[in-house]
Design a protein around this ligand. Structure first.
Ligand SMILES: [Zn+2]
Length: 336
């Protein structure tokens, strides 16, 4: 069974179909890896049915290619040996669907742009163009940096959080008050006694204190782990006030929980930083199991005191992605 199918089975086996309190899904891809989507109406219906009040939605900057050598059409990036490539149109797909919605539905969504090549030093120009074209973007992401097999299957330089192309993106985001959601594995799949890629993130958090960063899945990916992972995440949050993390995809099941019950030391890490965690589904383009995916977090939500439960379920994401943006600043608005 593929990794993707195994994770899907894990979600669908979950018996609860909605979270115990209304939640904001802070990590939802409107398209899958071949840039298909169930569409906005299906998404909004799934949000209603799944007690998801609002969602942070974005495309996927990479598209899986169907090579001539592959007999069957791939859907997920791991399906076969075909490579992925940067797909700029992903932002237009999100923008088209968002613009067609009535205002009340639009107010439930925070669209992010991500359709640039994260290893192209002209990336900030592409991002700027998209920001000028549509005024509604609430942030940038998910930028896909060091991502084990996805990086290996991408026809480009290795994307990393401290790539020179991204420095200008971070400045642009600081100037416009746009948070940045990024994926960066904390370490490689073969090194588990140190964090091989963490210094790249630390460097950027230090260098761009005015940029708000959200570290997707707390830097976890398949086959990425460390015995004291919670200590590292807690320490990163202590050291960098401009950092937040999301609990999404496999970090909850594989690292935070034992059998869907959060481990004590993870609860302590969250209670120690109650305003820095938010929840996400990380669904890609298909929303049938949205309620069930977010209901996975019920074990955590039940264990948190009411005030922290509210923060993690929705208030942190509301403050970060849905509150009014500061006015544009000219300082550090990208290299010219
Ligand atoms: Zn994602």
């Amino acid at each position: 069974m593929s990794y993707h199918a195994a994770f899907h089975d894990r979600i669908t086996a979950h018996t609860e179909t909605k979270p115990i309190v209304p939640v904001i899904d802070a990590h939802l891809h409107f398209v899958d890896f071949i840039q298909d989507s169930d569409g906005m109406q299906t998404l909004l219906q799934a949000m209603d049915a799944g007690r998801v009040s609002k969602a942070v939605v974005f495309g996927l900057p990479l598209k899986k290619k169907w090579d001539a050598s592959e007999k069957k059409p791939p859907h997920y990036y791991l399906d076969d040996n075909s490579r992925c490539y940067y797909f700029h149109l992903t932002d237009e797909i999100v923008a088209d669907a968002y613009r067609r919605l009535p205002a009340p539905s639009r107010s439930r969504l925070a669209p992010l742009l991500c359709g640039f090549n994260a290893t192209d030093r002209y990336a900030f120009r592409d991002a700027e163009r998209m920001l000028e074209k549509y005024p509604f973007w609430r942030g940038v992401g998910e930028i896909l940096c060091r991502h084990d097999d996805l990086t290996n299957l991408t026809n480009e330089e290795t994307a990393r959080v401290n790539h020179p192309a991204l420095h200008d993106i971070y400045e642009l985001c600081a100037a416009r008050g746009l948070p940045v959601l990024l994926h960066q594995n904390s370490t490689s799949v073969s090194i588990h006694d140190e964090y091989e890629h963490l210094d790249e993130l630390e460097e950027m958090l230090q260098k761009y204190p005015r940029t708000q960063f959200v570290w997707a899945h707390c830097g976890i990916s398949r086959r990425v782990f460390h015995k004291k992972y919670h200590e590292m995440v807690g320490s990163m949050l202590d050291r960098f006030p401009n950092l937040r993390v999301d609990i999404s995809w496999i970090v909850y099941d594989d690292v935070i929980c034992d059998y869907l019950q959060p481990k004590k030391h993870w609860l302590e890490a969250i209670l120690g930083h109650p305003d820095r965690f938010c929840l996400g589904s990380d669904l890609c383009g298909h929303f049938e199991h949205l309620g069930r995916t977010m209901a996975r977090y019920n074990g955590l939500l039940r264990d948190l005191p009411p005030k922290v439960r509210g923060l993690v379920a929705s208030e942190n994401a509301e403050a970060l992605w849905f509150s009014p943006r500061p006015r544009k600043s000219k300082i550090g608005a990208g290299r010219r």
